[in-house]
Structures are given as structure tokens and as C-alpha cells.
Ligand binder design. Structure first.
Ligand SMILES: [Zn+2]
Ligand SMILES: [Zn+2]
Length: 211
């Protein structure tokens, strides 16, 4: 820090008049690295077709959407150093006829969850990201429940990254995804659950169904 303070004034002077601003150290994770069915994975454990270490010419495509880890010179969505639990698998399919809606597609803010609670049903507000592997376990579990009971509604909120307006409003105290907020049949919040804990989720759903 000390050294930085000493050189900073000189840097500021020279940067003020010439040269582009330094790129940010970290970007946000886009869905550009999500694998399609049948995709092959390369030695970098990334879908080969989108791997920037295999195809350096793809880098600008990722940089253009801000999906770039400056620290490790790789897309944020492929940086297993910054995100060891990255997943490239497509998200599980929603069962036909299930009450599942997407409330935030790309991290846009949702001021009030209560407005989106479905009267007479238990509503799960599922905060997830495309890169979140444990979120897929929640999907598999919850989609199974949706096939068996009709008093359940799921509202999905794509956090995208920790920097989006959605994350800033709802996840400021949340350490890891998945993050699920459960509302009862009366529309009121029953509880919140951070991290993967399916038995706890089942208990919350049961509690919410009593209300
Ligand atoms: Zn590769
Ligand atoms: Zn990184």
C-alpha cells in the first residue's frame, strides 16, 4: 500500500492526459461459456468450443460483454481460480405445466419479492447463477417436487454476479449461492436459506404450506 501511495500521484498525472484506463481486474460471468448438449470438454476443463485458452481469438467476444478476469487473463466464466465451483452444464429443464417464472433474467433489480408471491401457493424465490453448480442440485430437487405437488410456485432470479443490482439489494449478507427465500400460502415470508441444504429446504416448504 505504501509503495502504491508513493507512485500514485505520478501515475495520475500521466494517465490524466494519455492512455486508456486500466481494465477492471474482474468482470461478470456471462452465459457465453455454458455448454450445449454433446459439447466436448478440453484439457482446461472448459467446453472446448468456447475455451479461450484453446481459442485465443475468442477473447474479444468475452471482453465485449465484460466477462473477463483481468487478474488471470481468462473469461470470468472460465476462471476456475476465482470460481472453483464453476459449472458449465446447462440448467435442468422445467417440467411441463409447472408454475415456474423468471422474475429477474440478467440481475435486474426486483424491489419487492412479496409482490411476486403467488396467493394460495408456497412460493420459492430461487436466486441462482448459470455458473453455480449447487444451484443445479436445487433445480433437480425442486423440479421433482413440482412434478408431484401443485401448491408450489418457483420464481427464478438470475443473480449473474455479485455486482448486479439484484445481488446488491438481496444478497449483501449472503455468502454463497444458492439462496432461497420461501413465502407461505398467505404470501408472507417464512424463511431464507443460503447454501445447499435440501432437507432444510423441505422443512421450510412444509412450514410454508401450513400458512
Ligand atoms: Zn481449453
Ligand atoms: Zn480469475
Amino acid at each position: 500500500m505504501k509503495r502504491l501511495a508513493l507512485i500514485a500521484p505520478a501515475l495520475l498525472l500521466s494517465c490524466a492526459t494519455s492512455g486508456p484506463a486500466a481494465p477492471p481486474a474482474h468482470g461478470s460471468i456471462s452465459n457465453l461459456s455454458v455448454a450445449k448438449a454433446g459439447d466436448r470438454f478440453c484439457e482446461h476443463k472448459v467446453p472446448e468450443a468456447s475455451c479461450v485458452q484453446c481459442h485465443a481469438e475468442l477473447a474479444p467476444k468475452f471482453q465485449a460483454v465484460g466477462d473477463w478476469c483481468g487478474e488471470h487473463a481468462t473469461p470470468e466464466s472460465q476462471c476456475l481460480i476465482c470460481h472453483p465451483d464453476l459449472s458449465f452444464a446447462p440448467l435442468p429443464e422445467v417440467p411441463a405445466g409447472a408454475d415456474v417464472k423468471r422474475v429477474s433474467l440478467q440481475g435486474e433489480d426486483v424491489a419487492s419479492l412479496g409482490e411476486h408471491a403467488v396467493p394460495g401457493k408456497v412460493t420459492l424465490f430461487d436466486f441462482y447463477a448459470d455458473w453455480c453448480a449447487p444451484c443445479r442440485k436445487v433445480d433437480e430437487h425442486v423440479y421433482g417436487l413440482l412434478g408431484r405437488r401443485s401448491d408450489l410456485a418457483v420464481r427464478k432470479l438470475n443473480v449473474v454476479s455479485w455486482e448486479t443490482p439484484l445481488a446488491k439489494r438481496h444478497l449483501s449478507d449472503v455468502k454463497s449461492l444458492p439462496y432461497i427465500v420461501v413465502h407461505g400460502r398467505d404470501g408472507k415470508e417464512v424463511g431464507k436459506l443460503g447454501g445447499l441444504d435440501l432437507p432444510a429446504l423441505d422443512r421450510l416448504i412444509d412450514q410454508a404450506a401450513q400458512r
